[in-house]
Design a protein around this ligand. Structure first.
Ligand code: GLU
Length: 525
């Protein structure tokens, strides 16, 4: 069997991390089996379509290295995102226009598996209200289920607008085995709604368009969001009406949902921009780290291994590893993965990735992205950091890689790196001496500062003397003379030069700064 999977998003929103995690599974399943991964644009809900959303989602999906083998080739997509393929077009409004679904609709109407519903919007709204008031499940009451041929003809002659509904048979059990959760689900057909499969404008809804496309595009596995589980009996009946044998249908599975730790029990909201697909990249997380974390949200290998490249994941992937319970997003775990990947880079790669991040993600934010970004980092001098990033990119300073080497071991993400190296370039403007890290020397603070400054200026700039050993013995002597711990003396030096109690390793930093700059800072502060 040629495995064919598909990812079929609607262009009604911007991709979030959950989106990428699902693409990843579809991609891995296809690639593992030497099959194809298809992207289908399910844009039949035209009122909710957001122009540009599909291109955005494709661009970022590809950014993660997840490319599709067949997909839309619409003219409104940037050229590099157009794909096409043997079942083109892959955009459902285009397929509708080309009449792809007409025959299927006719078949369903002709064999009585579907019917025209002439109920007005007003009647349906009233029906819904009455049911809601009575605390009943809201559903169609079947009024048009059994119209006579005569009534139908009259309505059609009078051009009464109609939708097409699936005719769910009464008194049946509809059974389904979920490919992901392995749950065996049974529905009582009397509880299943006669869903609309074609809207009054002639455009098919998801139910018809997606199921039909899966069949004609020879999709073998349809893995989709858990919100579609409740519609599965409708789809089963649709297949029956179209005479599609089980072996010709895609096997269907429903993904678990990724829970948001900030709202326990709730899934990661599509409206929360900090989960948007580009947000973590902008915040300086490496794509391979993000991908690796996403691989393990909802899937687990047999051997508890944690680190996978995309190729290794494809190799190890097995649908049986899909987990039944909903995973919860964990920022700390994301940080951990990022740390691992940052530290795996050689220094050259690290500099390269740092510049790439500044240029490609940090400084290319759209205004609305930047606004969200600023909100996220409210407590930081974002403006000054962005300006600093621009300067670095323009100047490409020669000593950057030495500075990066000092922070590579400790940074959580590249945004952290940017903050940690800024002091090399920008002397602290004003220093907050009133910090708890200096509490132990509070009484002798000015004395220690004066002595540290005096000692540092007494050292010749000769590279043999302007070193770790000389500073260390000097600071020890000052500490011993004043009865202050050596570490606290160093803290005074650190704060005076770097402006913060958290700096990259102090000695190496002083070496890079050079005597002149260190003294200028000591004297200024
Ligand atoms: N267009 C559907 C959605 O965005 C796709 C569901 C599916 O994968 O079948 O939810």
């Amino acid at each position: 069997m040629q495995v064919r999977t598909r990812w079929a998003p609607s262009p009604t929103g911007y991709a979030h991390l959950g989106f990428i995690s699902r693409v990843l599974i579809n991609y891995a399943l296809a690639k593992k089996n030497g099959g194809q991964f298809i992207w289908r644009n399910e844009d039949t809900d035209t009122e909710r379509t957001i122009p540009g959303a599909m291109a955005f989602n494709m661009k970022w999906t590809r950014e993660f290295g997840l490319d599709w083998d067949e997909g839309p080739d619409d003219e409104d997509l940037p050229e590099d995102l157009r794909k096409g393929g043997p079942y083109a077009p892959y955009t459902q409004t285009k397929r509708t226009k080309a009449g792809v679904y007409d025959q299927a609709i006719q078949t369903l109407l002709d064999n009585g598996s579907a019917y025209r519903c002439f109920c007005t919007k007003e009647r349906l709204a009233e029906l819904r209200e009455t049911q809601e008031r009575a605390k009943q499940q809201t559903r169609y009451d079947g009024r048009c289920r059994n119209l006579s041929t005569e009534e139908i003809k009259q309505n059609l002659d009078n051009k009464v607008p109609f939708t097409v509904r699936i005719k769910i048979p009464k008194d049946r059990k509809i059974e389904f085995d979920d490919l992901i959760t392995h749950n065996h689900v049974v529905w009582d057909s009397n509880e299943v709604d006669d869903a609309i499969i074609v809207k009054s404008n002639g455009v098919p809804t998801y139910h018809l368009a997606a199921m039909y496309d899966d069949v004609v595009m020879k999709v073998t596995h349809a893995l989709r969001g858990s919100e579609w589980l409740a519609s599965t009996p409708i789809h089963k009946i649709l297949f029956e009406g179209l005479g599609i044998k089980p072996e010709d249908q895609a096997q269907i599975g429903h993904f678990t949902v990724i829970l948001d730790p900030n709202t326990p029990g709730k899934k990661m909201s599509k409206r929360n921009d900090s989960f948007r697909v580009d947000a973590l990249l902008q915040r300086g997380y490496l794509k391979e780290a993000i991908l690796n974390y996403l691989m393990l949200l909802g899937w687990a290998p047999k051997d508890n291994r944690e680190l996978f490249t995309l190729e290794e994941f494809v190799e190890a992937f097995d649908l049986n590893g899909m987990q039944k319970s909903n995973p919860t997003w964990d920022d700390k775990k994301m940080d951990w993965f990022n740390g691992v990947y940052l530290r795996k880079l050689s220094l050259d790669q690290f500099s390269e990735r740092f510049y790439e991040w500044v240029e490609k993600y940090l400084l290319t934010m759209l205004p609305e992205e930047e606004e969200a970004f600023r909100k996220k980092f409210e407590s930081l001098p974002v403006d000054s950091l962005l300006e600093f990033a621009r300067r670095l990119l323009a100047d490409k300073p020669a000593r950057l890689s030495e500075q990066l080497a000092l922070v590579q071991e400790r940074a959580v993400n590249l945004w952290d790196v940017l903050q940690q190296i800024q002091f090399f370039y920008d002397a602290p403007q004003s220093i907050n001496w009133d910090i708890k890290q200096l509490d132990k020397v509070r009484e002798q603070l000015s004395e220690v500062r004066a002595k540290v400054t005096g000692f540092m200026s007494s050292l010749p700039e000769d590279s043999k003397v302007w070193t770790h050993e000389a500073w260390e013995s000097g600071m020890r002597a000052i500490g011993d003379a004043l009865g202050v711990k050596h570490g606290d003396v160093f803290m005074v030096l650190r704060v005076a030069v770097c402006g913060t109690p958290f700096s990259p390793p102090l000695f190496e930093s002083l070496q890079i700064l050079g005597k002149e700059e260190v003294l200028a800072r000591l004297n200024a502060n």
